[in-house]
Design a protein around this ligand. Structure first.
Ligand code: CMX
Ligand code: CO
Length: 152
């Protein structure tokens, strides 16, 4: 069976201090910042560190996340767990179709309609309680996702 999930788009990592954590990833592993943005809806400031391009025309990243609000998902999670791996994200060519297919198997998505993710992507999430304890994000990249522009 071939999968509609064609890459690890990113691994989401929660931290208290984005700048210090990005410095750690640069000095320890040599990973550079590809893109930074603030996503008000998700309550985060984030940096995307590109690891490699992938065979589906996309790429794999680390997504370093710092909460900007106490009531954000990341702040709430870190209050319980401290810093660390928060979610994994799979890339797909069509987030609506892929989410619907998974929901059809009895797994809850978190949003009725996809929302805006990093670099103009559209995203949804699967509930960790329906996915063996892993918060899973589904990502459809924007058509121009690989320019590395900052902003939003
Ligand atoms: N991974 C695995 N399990 C998780 C989890 C995670 N990241 N976050 C929560 N859970 C578990 C909790 O441990 C808890 O389990 P127990 O009931 O056994 O204790 C259960 O899920 C409920 O957790 P909660 O602390 O009560 O939190 P909420 O239900 O309020 O929220 C969730 C959980 C997944 C619905 C919420 O975090 C969410 O909406 N996430 C999606 C948005 C998001 O994560 N945004 C930040 C990233 C943005 C981006 O990637 O761009
Ligand atoms: Co993410």
């Amino acid at each position: 069976m071939s999968s509609p999930l064609t890459r690890i788009d990113h691994i989401g990592i929660a931290c208290h201090d984005l700048d210090a954590t990005v410095d750690f990833y640069r000095s320890t592993y040599g990973f550079e910042v590809f893109h930074t943005e603030t996503n008000d809806e998700q309550g985060v400031r984030e940096a995307m560190l590109k690891i490699n391009d992938t065979g589906d025309g996309g790429a794999s990243y680390l997504q370093i996340l710092e909460p900007i609000r106490e009531d954000s998902a990341i702040a709430k999670w870190m209050a319980k767990n401290g810093e660390g791996v928060h979610h994994i994200a799979f890339g797909t060519a069509d987030v609506v179709t892929t989410t619907d297919a998974i929901v059809g198997k009895g797994i809850r998505s978190l949003y009725e309609q996809p929302r805006r993710g990093s670099m103009g992507s559209t995203i949804n999430f699967l509930h960790p309680k329906d996915a063996h304890g892993v918060l899973v994000e589904l990502v459809q990249a924007a058509d121009d996702a690989h320019d590395g522009h900052d902003g939003h």
